[in-house]
Design a binder for this molecule. Structure first.
Ligand code: NAD
Ligand code: ZN
Length: 342
């Protein structure tokens, strides 16, 4: 099969012929139809410090996908060839305290698809049946391809109650954009999206933001009067990984607010802990998706009218992977999809 592979400890990726993955007794084999490009894939391609530490070539990369099951292992009874499915990208150990208690998203031994094991940028991918999510007939196939990052957005957006609340989202990358639509669907009052990139600010408005602002131009506190806000944001979602974005969020929170942090800074950062203490903020880190409550919420919100399709801006065939990666890198894009059937 064709697969996009990190072949060497150096920048770049190669589209090469590799064996179809072996299917263990608890696994399913999926014929990949569409995949989404994530920042993680860009890091692996460019071979930055994180990738050098995390990746052991040769490795087929990619973890956001949808496809059709073509084969199941001897123990698999809940899935059958022909089923349309996506995969949870964290393969958990199943044996630790949290896994045994059903809190699999807290597994400290999770292995990432396309990071610690061969991934989905290929014509076929194999995963344990416990990592498979069954789609319903009529699901938008491109939306199905990005359930993994959509799940990051949903997990973060539902970390604190947002009905009627004033919400700050910093960073309108693909995940911040999807979180904007989720916050609107879930009944937030104002959703202020902070993003330096004008292309993405425009998309944020389409996703349902009340206002999209450039953090370099206006302090959040200047916006409060326009929005009839008295004290500050009730909930903040940090989705940029930028230190200043997190500091600005903490500075503009109302007392008792919740700050959900999904963005991954590239280095240690300092924060005003006095503000956290004296405003009695709850600061919560968000990693991955809850298995499988987040997946359930994604499904039912889509079925009840949530639309995240404006966050998908570009489509390529898998042979055009270089063009796809370069668009994803520019920032003049939302989610970039690659088709593996063409
Ligand atoms: P992205 O890089 O496409 O988007 C980040 C956006 O933040 C960019 O549009 C950038 O212009 C913007 N930004 C930069 N500085 C800013 C500032 N000061 N204020 C506001 N916005 C600013 O990333 P993405 O794919 O949407 O992912 C969002 C973040 O979540 C990244 O940091 C990523 O590493 C992280 N992530 C975390 C998890 C997890 O499980 N915790 C999973 C996936 C991604
Ligand atoms: Zn575990």
């Amino acid at each position: 099969m064709q697969a996009l592979v990190k072949t060497q400890k150096a920048p770049g990726l190669e589209l090469i012929e590799v064996p179809v993955p072996a299917v263990g007794i608890n696994d399913v084999l999926v014929r990949v139809q569409k995949t989404g490009i994530c920042g993680t894939d860009l890091h692996i391609d460019s071979w930055d410090a994180w990738a050098q530490n995390a990746i052991d070539p040769p490795l087929t990369i990619g973890h956001e996908f949808v496809g059709e099951i073509v084969e199941v292992g001897a123990n698999v009874t809940d899935f059958a060839p022909g089923d349309l499915v996506s995969g949870e990208g964290h393969v958990v150990c199943g044996r630790c305290r949290h896994c045994l208690a059903g809190r699999r998203h807290l597994c400290a031994r999770a292995i990432g698809l396309g990071v610690g094991r061969d991934g989905a940028f290929a014509e076929f991918v194999a995963l344990p049946m416990t990592n498979i999510w069954h789609h319903w007939p009529g699901v938008d196939i491109e939306v199905a391809a990005i359930f993994d990052p959509f799940g990051n957005a949903v997990h973060t957006a539902l970390a604190f109650p947002i009905l009627g609340e004033d919400v700050l989202i910093s960073g309108a990358g693909p995940i911040g954009l999807m979180a904007t639509a989720v916050a609107r669907h879930a009944g937030a009052r104002h959703i202020v999206v902070s993003e330096p990139n004008p292309f993405r600010r425009e998309l944020a408005i389409r996703m349902g933001a009340t206002m999209a602002t450039d953090p370099r131009e206006r302090a959040f506190t200047d916006l409060f009067e326009d929005l009839d806000m008295v004290e500050g944001f009730d909930v903040a979602m940090e989705m940029s990984g930028n230190a200043r974005a997190l500091r600005d969020a903490i500075a503009s929170m109302a007392h008792g607010g919740g700050v959900a942090i999904l963005g991954l800074p590239t280095e240690e950062i300092s924060l005003d802990i006095n503000a956290v203490v004296m405003k009695m903020l709850t600061v919560r880190g968000i990693y991955g998706r809850e298995m499988y409550e987040t997946w359930y919420k994604m499904t039912v919100m889509l079925q009840s009218g949530l639309d995240i399709t404006p966050a998908i801006t570009h489509r390529f065939g898998f042979r055009e992977h270089e063009a796809a990666f370069s668009v994803a890198r520019t920032g003049e894009s939302g989610k970039v999809i690659m088709d593996w059937t063409a």
